[in-house]
Design a protein around this ligand. Structure first.
Ligand code: MRU
Length: 338
C-alpha cells in the first residue's frame, strides 16, 4: 500500500520531483537529469522536509556519478552545501558516496535508501497511531507529511494510520510562516485524503489550546541530538512551550536518519538563516518597509525537557531513553546505519 501522495521518484535516468513551490495551486513535476538542478531544487525548497531531502540528495549523487566530472567526495560536498540543518540530507548523500567510492552501483544504493526511509515512516505510523486514539485532535506545525518524506510522512504517518484504524482524528494545521508549508502543503495532503482539518494562523495555536480544543501536538524534526533536543521548523519551540503550559503532550516523530549520534545536545545545531525576501514579500506584495531589517531563521531548537515522547520506527520512546534506543538501532543497522 502507498500513500496518495509521493514527493519524488526515479524513472528513465531522471529524478522526478513534485515541485512543492507550486502547491497547492498546481501539480508541477520537475524532471532532473543533472546534479546542479538537484542542488538548486533543494536550495529553493522545490523539494524539502528532512527525509525527502536525504532521498533527493541520494539521487543527486546518482546523477553526479552518471554525469562524469565529479569524484564521489566532490559530488557529496557540492550537494551537502545546499542546506545545513536537516541531518537526513547528509545521511542520504553519504550512503551513495560510500557505495560509489567502493565501486558499487550508486543507483542501487539510492533505491535501497529510499525504500528504508519509506519503511521507517510506515513504521512510525503504526507506532504512533495508538497515541492518537487517546488524543485525536492534533496540532501540527510545518509539513511533516508524504511531501517531506517521499511517502507517509513522520507527523502525518500516525494521523494516517489512526484514521485507517477508525480514530476520528482532527488536525489543526499551523500555516507556518514565512513559506506556509502548513497552509500550502499539509492542508493539501489532508484535503486530498479527506482527513478533517483546519488551517490556523501560527499565532492562533495558544487560543485553541486554551479552549481545550487540542489534545496533543505532533511534529516532525530536522535534527535530534542524543539528549533529545529537537531542531525543527521555526515556531516549533513556542508550540512546545504552549503544550507544556496547557498540560498537553508534545510528540516528535522521526526516522533514525534524523537522530544525530555525534551531537550531545542541541546547542551546536546549525540553524539555517534564509533570505529576508521570504518575509518581505507575499504573492508579489510588499509586506515590510525596505528600510526595516528582517531576520529569517528557518528552524529553532526545542529542549528535550518539553518533549513528552519520540515516535520512532521502533516505537514510542521518552526523551530519557532516546540515546539508548539510538545506540541499539545503530548496533542493529550495522556499518551503514541510517
Ligand atoms: O524548511 P523545510 O520546509 O525543509 O522544513 C521542514 C521541517 O521543518 C519539517 O518539519 C521537518 O523536516 C520534518 S519533515 C518529516
Amino acid at each position: 500500500m502507498a500513500t496518495a501522495v509521493r514527493a519524488l521518484w526515479w524513472r528513465g535516468g531522471a529524478l522526478h520531483l513534485v515541485d512543492q513551490r507550486a502547491l497547492p495551486g498546481r501539480i508541477r513535476i520537475l524532471r532532473l537529469r543533472r546534479v546542479q538542478p538537484v542542488a538548486a531544487a533543494i536550495r529553493s525548497l522545490a523539494v524539502r522536509g528532512a527525509p525527502a531531502l536525504g532521498v533527493a540528495g541520494a539521487y543527486g549523487m546518482v546523477l553526479a556519478a552518471a554525469e562524469g566530472g565529479y569524484t564521489p567526495a566532490r559530488a557529496a560536498r557540492f550537494l551537502a552545501a545546499t542546506r545545513p540543518t536537516a541531518r537526513d540530507l547528509f545521511v542520504g548523500i553519504e550512503r551513495v558516496r560510500a557505495a560509489w567510492a567502493a565501486g558499487a552501483d550508486p543507483l542501487a544504493a539510492a533505491e535501497a535508501y529510499r525504500a528504508e526511509v519509506v519503511a521507517e515512516c510506515r513504521a512510525i505510523g503504526v507506532a504512533g497511531a495508538g497515541l492518537l486514539a487517546r488524543a485525536p485532535r492534533v496540532l501540527t506545525h510545518c509539513n511533516a507529511g508524504a511531501l517531506a518524506t517521499v511517502e507517509w510522512g513522520t507527523a502525518l504517518a500516525p494521523i494516517r494510520a489512526a484514521r485507517e484504524a477508525g480514530t476520528p482524528v482532527f488536525v489543526w494545521v499551523d500555516e507556518t510562516r514565512p513559506l506556509l508549508q502548513g497552509g500550502r502543503l499539509t492542508a493539501w495532503e489532508l484535503a486530498r485524503e479527506g482527513i478533517p482539518h483546519a488551517v490556523i494562523a501560527d499565532n492562533a495555536a495558544g487560543h485553541f489550546l486554551q479552549r481545550g480544543e487540542v489534545d496533543c501536538v505532533l511534529v516532525g524534526a530536522d535534527r535530534i541530538a542524543r539528549n533529545g533536543d529537537v531542531a525543527n521548523k521555526i515556531g516549533t519551540y513556542e508550540k512546545a512551550v504552549l503544550a507544556r503550559a496547557h498540560r498537553r503532550p508534545f510528540y516528535v516523530a522521526a526516522p533514525w536518519s534524523t537522530f544525530d549520534p555525534d551531537r550531545s545536545d542541541g546547542s551546536g545545531i546549525v540553524i539555517e538563516e534564509r533570505d529576508g525576501a521570504e518575509l518581505r514579500r507575499l504573492g508579489g506584495r510588499r509586506l515590510v518597509p525596505d528600510a526595516s531589517a528582517v531576520r529569517n531563521p528557518a528552524f529553532d531548537v526545542t529542549p528535550a525537557r518539553l518533549v513528552t515522547a519520540f515516535v520512532t520506527p521502533d516505537g514510542v520512546v521518552p526523551p530519557g531513553r532516546i540515546a539508548g534506543a539510538l545506540r541499539r538501532h545503530r548496533r542493529r543497522a550495522g556499518p551503514t546505519p541510517i
